[in-house]
Design a protein around this ligand. Sequence first.
Ligand SMILES: [Zn+2]
Length: 251
Amino acid sequence: MEIVLNMVAFAFGAIFGSFYNVVIYRLPRKLSISKGTSFCPQCKHRIMPLELIPIVSFIFLRGKCAHCHTPISFRYPLIEFITGLTFMLSYLRFGLSYSTLVAMILASLCIIVAMIDFDTMEIYDRFNIMILLLALISMIGLSPLPLTDHIIGFFVISVPLYIIAIITNGIGGGDIKLMAVSGLLLGYQATLIAFFIGAILGGSMAIYLLVTKQTQMKSLIAFGPYLCVGIFTSYLYGLEIFNWYLNLFRI
Ligand SMILES: [Zn+2]
């Protein structure tokens, strides 16, 4: 039974993921998300419902347009897969509960924010506002933490980042706002872990790019995607990691 529910959560996520692909593609191009069907960008062939089954269609079409056989980017099934995976992990962590729903919504926002930031180096305010709303709802009914932990979470990373941004001009305002609203959702303990994960991932990538001199891969420098991985991971396990870390120093 449990494995069936995990698979349902994955399938559910993959379906949402295919919608996020549309959002990620259309929002930066100022196209309507609700209107218009999907076309092959090469031959304008209208994509039929059967060609829209997440992941499965991509495999059956061997990653090509059914009409003109132009290769379809691998990132579409990848985003569907990642969304499915995050939904499944959310269910595995919290079971049938409101926290699972919050985790799935957070995963969705993180995936969209990460990919748009990766493409455009921008984090849209509207998504930060959605995380803010999610934080307010979750603080009222769901969180085991006291309110003050959430409020400290809002400032604990965003303020130092803001100061660094003023000094170095190297951090985007979107990253700062993202860490503020996510901090409110996570509480300060998990926020520290989220940022730590993001900094380790982003830092390793920056060093890798420097060493291999791949300066054309500039989009990999966007900090948002790494922060998003940290934020989602930390929503699931941040408190546990934080307590585990504190216990290392307890005699
Ligand atoms: Zn085509």
